[in-house]
Design a protein around this ligand. Structure first.
Ligand SMILES: Nc1ncnc2c1ncn2[C@@H]1O[C@H](COP(=O)(O)OP(=O)(O)OP(=O)(O)O)[C@@H](O)[C@H]1O
Ligand SMILES: [Mg+2]
Length: 145
């Protein structure tokens, strides 16, 4: 069975990894996914950089870098719990749609994810990504808080 854990760096997402490990039996494949945005800088900052002749790596490269660091830590966590059958994905796009698309592509049977993520809004039980995925996923979804 394939278990997909979408991670955004939040504590809940790391707890989702731990629960996935406890739910998984031997021979299960763990899939880790981080969805990055388009990495666009704010227009004002782009203009400033142009005027001041500042050249840096494009913002999307930072995002990719952080994403691979994050995925690396998630992999370590899985390995630390004895899992070796791990596949990783860093994709660009809308988080919920991309999580659902990867679940479909891979034939994922279970998604384990945080109920909330890095979004700061307190008081709501579910974030927008976990809500959308729970509604439209092609498989069972377990949310962790
Ligand atoms: N960009 C992402 N890539 C991979 N997984 C994600 C991403 N964003 C969220 N998730 C997954 O969804 C879970 C719930 O996060 P969600 O974004 O719904 O909550 P939030 O950040 O608190 O709210 P919101 O984003 O609506 O402000 C996370 O714990 C994580 O498992
Ligand atoms: Mg979020």
């Amino acid at each position: 069975m394939k278990i997909l854990v979408p991670v955004d760096g939040s504590d809940n997402a790391f707890r989702a990894i731990d629960l996935a490990c406890r739910l998984a039996g031997e021979g299960n494949e763990m899939l880790l996914l981080n969805v990055v945005g388009r990495g666009e800088l704010p227009e004002e900052l782009k203009r400033y950089a142009r005027v001041e002749n500042i050249e840096g790596p494009p913002a999307w490269q930072y995002e990719q870098l952080i994403a691979s660091e994050l995925i690396g830590r998630a992999v370590e966590r899985l390995r630390g719990r004895g899992f070796e059958n791990i596949d990783t994905f860093v994709r660009t796009g809308d988080p919920a749609k991309t999580i659902i698309a990867v679940a479909r592509e891979t034939g994922t049977e279970l998604i384990v994810m945080g109920s909330r993520g890095l979004g700061a809004l307190k008081g709501l039980a579910f974030g927008s990504v976990s809500q959308k995925v729970s509604h439209s996923a092609p498989c069972q979804v377990v949310t962790v808080s």
